[in-house]
Design a protein. Structure first.
Length: 300
């Protein structure tokens, strides 16, 4: 179990007044309310805000929490409530709606309704959240990745199966890999948010993949069949004669796989070779005399 900083959850200082705490709570509760918020993880943030306010709005609970916080705990520190914590305190639960919904940390301090460390039946462990960054190639084809997690003071390694076609922001649920349950109840789950590492060649937009493709001036002018890299391997692309730099072409179904696979978009980039020999310089001079063409005049 990890120590929680309720002041940080509300975005206020430890010496904030009751009015400041109430104002911060109302603002954040409106922002993260699941019925109106579109932000990722809004429901969990809403629960965290409610829990923090429940701990700080009541003078007795706030005094007890402040004494504990002053002993040097920091967010994420492994935490076990001190013996006899809160004994004799009268915590007000008269306006607490519903049963449960609070973290193990909160209930270890205050209980849900019966005071500190109230005895209760089996309770499923809380879900945990983490992030995993994978290469774009793994997101495309699927595979397995190893991750290391620090749970309290211990570190554990898990092997995660990555489904083909997964996108950034999607989650993988690992059943039973969350916090342990209480009194024989099952453990919670581990929710892994997917991050995709930047790729030097491909750029992902939704399920579509974008790439800039260098071509020679004669390939653009005369047309050519060129090799194009895709996430599934190289393919041949026919470049039409008279193509300009910036022309965009599409390879259907060559993007990220899914119920409806994405496409790959290719943007042509004309690259002129340097004139490194006398013959190459003369060839460029001959081209200039033959074409008598000013590309800037064409765009004015």
């Amino acid at each position: 179990m990890q120590f929680k900083d309720y002041y940080d959850a509300l975005g206020v200082k430890a010496d904030a007044s009751d009015a400041e705490i109430k104002s911060a709570y109302r603002k954040l509760a409106r922002k993260f309310h699941p019925d109106v918020s579109k932000e990722t993880g809004a429901e969990e943030k809403f629960k965290a805000v409610n829990e923090a306010y429940e701990a700080l709005k009541d003078p007795a609970k706030r005094r007890a929490y402040d004494q504990l916080r002053a002993s040097g705990y920091r967010p994420g520190d492994e935490f076990h409530p001190p013996p006899h914590f809160g004994d004799g305190a009268e915590f007000d639960f008269s306006d607490l709606h519903g049963e449960g919904g609070f973290s193990d940390f909160f209930e270890s301090l205050f209980g849900a309704r019966g005071g500190p460390r109230a005895q209760r039946g089996p309770r499923r462990g809380r879900d945990m959240q983490a992030r995993i960054e994978i290469p774009l190639s793994t997101a495309y084809s699927g595979g397995r990745e190893r991750i290391s997690l620090r749970d309290g003071g211990a570190e554990r390694t898990l092997e995660v199966k990555i489904p083909a076609g997964i996108l950034p922001g999607q989650q993988i649920r690992l059943a039973g890999q969350g916090s342990p349950g209480a009194n024989g109840a099952p453990a919670g789950d581990l929710l892994l948010e997917i991050l995709i590492r930047d790729d030097p060649r491909f750029h992902l937009q939704g399920r579509d993949v974008h790439i800039d493709l260098p071509i020679a001036p004669w390939e653009a002018a005369l047309g050519a069949t060129v090799t194009v890299p895709t996430l599934g391997g190289d393919v041949e692309l026919k470049v039409p004669a008279g193509s300009d730099s910036g022309k965009r072409m599409r390879l259907r179904g060559r993007g990220m796989p899914g119920a409806v696979s994405g496409d790959q978009f290719i943007t042509l980039q004309i690259h002129a070779p340097p004139a490194q020999t006398e013959a190459q310089r003369k060839l460029y001079e001959q081209m200039a005399e033959t074409f008598e063409w000013n590309p800037r005049r064409a765009t004015v």
